[in-house]
Design a protein around this ligand. Structure first.
Ligand code: BG6
Length: 518
């Protein structure tokens, strides 16, 4: 293997291209043979390179146990890129430059000799920043995080202080309950400072999720209404048409609550409901998110059955396709009690939101794949139109469509043209595609770029992850020794168990199906 390359070989930058000035660095991917590397990380890095966003000089080193050469890893990644790249065909010029920056380091995660080899590869790049500015991406099982942190620290690749930077990016799941997340945090921060740990939640890399803060705090007409005076309730739906498929083994340990609620849904909730941060600095934004999570009214064994519903799909069909029940999926226990659906009614006990219900629901094998937030405003007093419209005049609603059909819609009432006084709900739509074109960078592109730049705003802080686990644990502890009852099952292709509807009906609300905008 030839490690000595001229220092400008990784230069994918074009003069005049709009980009941040980033210091040269090396990115080391642990778990380089895995699915995430091929499907997400390498395509994201390739696109950053294509769009001239990468540092002027960079290297990528894949670290894994399997025997490979630099060349065979490159060939493998090229095949994967042809399949997973979001732009096709792959640009040969860009690929050539990008591939020249890819190196492979074979070794066992627990073997100090492998880290010596890694050290010599990095030194072989022949430039101090490429040896010292290091982004370690841990695309491996959380049980191995501690080992890697210790090994890179002992090999003097990770320093808690210093002029150059080193950062560790970790994937979810970050623990499976509060105690395990605390243990992981402790292991990582034995060797790294908290500011060096970047915990990923890919939802924060989505354009539409980042837009929540922009939308809220740059539009006075909406921000004024963003409180208990005007908002009746909020619905956050993250529904998926797919079942668990090949991921039964993982899902048996996770379930919908750990897989989606603890991270993605509580993140979206905190952005929707948090107070304005004092600045857009990472710590200010994260302080407000943590404050919000801490203001969620604690769930107790008495309130969990009233506020949380779980469900598991049985055989049915989604979009005309037959689907097996969860208990029949590969690597799933045939009498499993793991939930594939969860719906929650949460209250935020602070000045802004006191008394406003926040409904969250997520599930597999539902009729649609859609993530959206619906802000349902309070109705007007129906004194003028009651004779024409009955008791229920439609209340205004604002829907943030996170995916697909990314955009925002406002629903209000309008007069039906004609001689009579008919009133009907109508909608105004903003669509990302129509407004900005179809440029939709993958979440991982943004997240990798922020990690290279050292901006932790889009990553989860230690107290944030622990607070989220605390909320989820209070539900899990209640469910753990209780088998599912008949009322908790739903047919694949339906919107979850009936109990999820009852959760809203008690307060006179009902779930709204995600909007299809054409
Ligand atoms: C992952 C979960 O974190 O998010 C998956 O593990 C889920 O179960 C996925 O399917 C959903 O992500 P997206 O970006 O497709 O909404």
């Amino acid at each position: 293997m030839n490690n000595s390359r001229p220092a400008d070989e990784g230069n994918c930058q074009q003069p005049g291209a709009e980009r941040r000035t980033l210091q040269p660095c090396s990115i080391v991917i642990f778990g380089a043979s895995g699915d995430l590397t091929a499907r997400k990380l390498i395509p994201a890095l390739y696109h950053l390179c294509k769009e001239h966003q990468m540092p002027a000089d960079f290297r990528i080193v894949g670290f894994a146990r399997r025997e490979k050469t630099d060349e065979s890893w490159r060939t493998e990644l090229r095949t994967a890129l042809d399949q997973f790249s979001r732009t096709k065909p792959v640009d040969e010029e860009v690929w050539k430059k990008f591939a020249a920056c890819l190196y492979y380091c074979q070794g066992d995660l627990a073997d100090p000799a492998a880290y010596q080899k890694l050290e010599s590869i990095l030194t072989g790049f022949g430039s101090a920043p490429l040896r010292q500015n290091l982004l370690f991406y841990l695309a491996i099982s959380p049980s191995q995080f501690g080992t890697v942190a210790e090994q890179i620290s002992q090999a003097r690749l990770l320093n808690k202080d210093g002029t150059a930077w080193q950062r560790i990016v970790v994937e979810k799941p970050f623990g499976h309950d509060l105690a395990s997340a605390q243990a992981l945090n402790q292991e990582l921060t034995r060797f790294a400072h908290e500011s060096q740990v970047f915990r990923i939640d890919h939802y924060l890399g989505k354009e539409t999720v980042q837009n929540i803060l922009m939308f809220r705090f740059s539009n006075s007409i909406f921000e004024r209404l963003w409180n208990r005076e005007s908002v009746d309730h909020v619905q956050i739906t993250v529904s998926e048409k797919l079942g668990v498929g090949e991921r039964g083994g993982y899902y048996e340990e996770a379930g919908a609550l750990r897989d989606m609620v603890q991270n993605h849904m509580l993140q979206v909730l905190s952005l929707i409901a948090m107070e304005p941060p004092v600045s857009l600095e990472a710590e200010s934004v994260r302080d407000e998110k943590v404050k919000l999570l801490k203001s969620i009214r604690p769930l107790t064994p008495e309130t969990v059955p009233l506020q949380v519903v779980r469900g598991q799909y049985f055989a049915g069909s989604v979009g005309g396709q037959p689907r097996p029940g969860y208990r029949q999926e590969t690597k799933v226990n045939p009498s499993s009690n793991v939930e594939t659906f969860a719906a929650l009614k949460l209250f935020i006990d602070n000045w802004r939101w006191s008394g406003v219900p926040f409904y969250l629901r997520t599930g597999k094998n539902l009729p649609q794949s859609a993530s959206e937030v619906r802000i349902q405003f309070r109705p007007t007093p129906n004194v003028l139109f009651a004779a024409q419209c009955g008791q229920h005049l439609d209340a205004n609603a604002l829907t943030l469509r996170l995916q697909p059909n990314e955009g925002i819609s406002l629903r209000f009432n309008g007069k039906v043209p004609g001689m009579s006084l008919g009133v009907r709900p109508v909608r105004m739509h903003f669509s990302y595609d129509a407004e900005f074109g179809a440029y939709t960078p993958e979440a991982y592109e943004r997240l990798l770029l922020e990690a290279i730049a050292g901006d932790a705003t889009l990553f989860i802080r230690r107290d944030e992850v622990e607070t989220a686990w605390h909320i989820v644990d209070s539900i899990r502890n209640f469910w753990d020794d209780k088998p599912l009852t008949n009322r908790e099952f739903y047919a694949a292709g339906t919107w979850g168990p009936v109990a999820a509807d009852d959760l809203l009906e008690k307060l006179g609300h009902k779930w709204h199906e995600p909007q299809i905008v054409t």
